[in-house]
Design a protein around this ligand. Sequence first.
Ligand code: TTP
Ligand code: MG
Ligand code: MG
Length: 353
Amino acid sequence: MGAEMRLFLHIDMDYFYAACEEARHPELKGKPLAVGTSTVENKLKGVVQTCNYEARKLGIHSAMPTAMAFKLCPTLNYMPDDWEHYLEVSRRVMDAVKAEGFKTEVISVDEAVMDLGDIEYGKAEELGRLLKGRINTELKLPCTIGISVGKSYAKMVCDISKPNGLGVLKEEDVKGFLKDKEVTKLLGIGEKTAERLKEMKVTTIGELAKANPLSLENKFGSFGKDMYLLANGIDNGKVVENAETLSIGRERTFDKETKDMDEVAHMLKALAKEVMAEVNKQGYWFKGVSVKARYSDFTEKLKNRKFANYTDSESIMLSSGIEMIRPLIGEKAVRKVGIRVYELNPKKGQKSL
Ligand code: TTP
Ligand code: MG
Ligand code: MG
């Protein structure tokens, strides 16, 4: 491995929303299942957001109208989208990923990339296997991991290793791996760019690697240079720790379980204060607040709310937290409550919002 070589680990959850539903409804496993924007009453409106692999075998896929999915599979199990739950599961996944202690960039609700530094291939693979195992057993969710010498290559090898896989693409194999693939498989190259590359008789990544770098730069600016390097096995992509997908929260267990809203409000007030102190310390605006109640039977309920604008107000955090948690309190005894802010935006270098 060259001196300046780094390894990247990309993780993407398999059929994420549907897998979240399988995890809490194990009886749905092994049968075609789709999650979508349609309500249970009106399945003629709306689209499939994702579906498990049993449903994919029948031709169902993301963005397909739900009505069409039911045509393909009349016995399809269908769940309406519960993004509050998926967001909470996503947070747990990302916590597990970040707990590895490497610089991590959360790319989407079910995707993250880690900069492993100048670690050996064997060590990286072992780390990947352990992380995958932990997510499989602790969260009951399938996922796929890709490891390679560049951020983009790690994602590409993750994609081809799906489902439930772990792929390693070594430096010496990168160019061969890329050669016959279409240019759109390279990160950042969409249909429009592909059309313009076609004008230069470039359709595969191998052809892009042999194109004239100056012509590429003339046509596409600095992006032209980046795609040329990427096609030639040089991936300069950096892992950027991001703020928007982070969240800051606190939760605490009661000394004695309670059904009393006043007690819960009192606890939330203390927690909101601690959260606010951390938010201020790190210098963030926030846009979303979530609350959680864990009951004596260890079930949990969650509520989320997103504001139209960013705020840094503790009283807004607390009042919406109390409003959201109120309907969750009273029936079952509560062991633990928590409050969290998400959709964070760093204040540094920003106009007030
Ligand atoms: P993806 O990671 O693209 O897909 P996936 O996790 O469902 O399946 P795969 O095993 O191929 O990775 O997207 C993550 C989630 O984002 C997905 O579970 C649901 C949501 N989503 C939509 O809501 N609409 C869409 O069109 C797509 C592609 C995803
Ligand atoms: Mg996924
Ligand atoms: Mg994804």
